[in-house]
Write a protein that binds this ligand. Structure first.
Ligand code: FPP
Ligand code: MG
Length: 295
């Protein structure tokens, strides 16, 4: 991973603007999941650290914009750029990072450049759908999973796919691995939003629903509630929950096992990904560690 960090530092230096270096230095790098995947899949390729750095810059740019859109004050445990330096600066820093990433992408073969570039259109579409869907209660599972795929899974899928091309490995099984890893990662994130406490999350528990996001445990709950209860759940959507209402939702979720049902889907998706990568112990380990996050 050190080689990826060096590539990122080199690209930031090439931007040749102190203000960008200062702001970038304030960001926390995060888990670097996409970079790790690229390095693992394309360990044989000299170009893997650069591809990983490009993808991390794109991911970083998308989070800068996302925090402006979500008006978030915290990112990866530190104050967001929009909170410290304002939204305009956060948008411009995002623009600089992803355009620099695209400039570097030109050095890769056409298929790789196309896969990464088109995944950014997909993730931007996913973000727009997410914002639009938060405006009203959504009980449609398929619609939710389509949005999740675009917003979170496409860049991970594209990373695995592009790395497979770079390494001359099977493209479709790696794409499936990346897609299912991304989806199950996000479903587990949605579960943790409900099951973890505020201290662990660094934000209030059940914040997704307060922000209007009807994640799988809420969608599954809506289906099994009676008419009066359905009305109650919809009336609580996108509002700050008092303790009693939060408790009612949790109790109903427990009664109808909707967290377990959501977890089963995450597990099913990750088992499919593991089967696609049976012979690759390291890729299977990434999935297993991720599934364990939810315990
Ligand atoms: C986090 O979602 C957001 C994303 C994974 C994607 C955001 C994408 C864009 C803003 C499109 C623009 C793209 C570029 C390259 C500038 P979340 O809000 O559900 O998760 P969070 O809790 O981490 O904020
Ligand atoms: Mg956000």
């Amino acid at each position: 991973m050190q080689r990826v960090e060096s590539e990122i530092a080199r690209l930031i230096k090439e931007i040749n603007y102190d203000e960008v270096s200062r702001l970038f230095g304030m960001l926390s790098g995060g888990k670097r999941l996409r970079a790790k995947l690229i390095l693992k899949i394309a360990s044989s390729s000299e170009k893997a650290p650069l591809l990983a750095a490009i993808v991390e810059l794109i991911h970083g740019a998308s989070l800068l914009h996302d925090d402006v859109i979500d008006e978030a004050t915290l990112r990866r445990g530190v104050a967001s750029v929009n909170a410290t330096d304002g939204s305009k600066t956060a948008v411009m820093l995002g623009d600089i990072l992803y355009s620099k990433a695209f400039t570097e992408l030109v050095a890769f073969e056409r298929d790789i450049a196309r896969i990464i570039a088109s995944s950014v259109t997909a993730l931007s579409k996913g973000e727009m759908m997410d914002v639009k869907m938060a405006g009203e209660f959504n009980a449609n599972e398929e619609k939710y999973l389509d949005m999740l795929y675009l917003k979170t899974a496409t860049l991970i899928e594209a990373s695995a796919e592009a790395a497979a091309i770079l390494a001359g490995k099977d493209v479709s099984s790696h794409a499936l691995y990346g897609r299912n890893l991304g989806l199950s990662f996000q479903i587990i994130d949605d579960i943790l939003d409900i099951t973890s406490d505020a201290q662990t999350l660094g934000k209030p528990s059940m914040n997704d629903f307060v922000e209007g996001k009807c994640t799988l445990p809420y969608i599954y709950l809506y289906r099994v509630l009676n008419d009066d209860e359905k009305k109650k759940l919809v009336s609580l959507h996108a509002k700050v929950l008092d303790e009693q209402d939060a408790l009612w939702i949790r109790k109903k979720m427990q009664e109808h096992k909707t967290i377990e049902k959501s977890f089963e889907l995450a597990e099913k998706l990750s088992n499919e990904a593991m089967n696609a990568m049976k012979d690759d112990v390291e890729l299977v380990n990434i999935l297993q560690t991720m599934i364990k996050r939810s315990y």
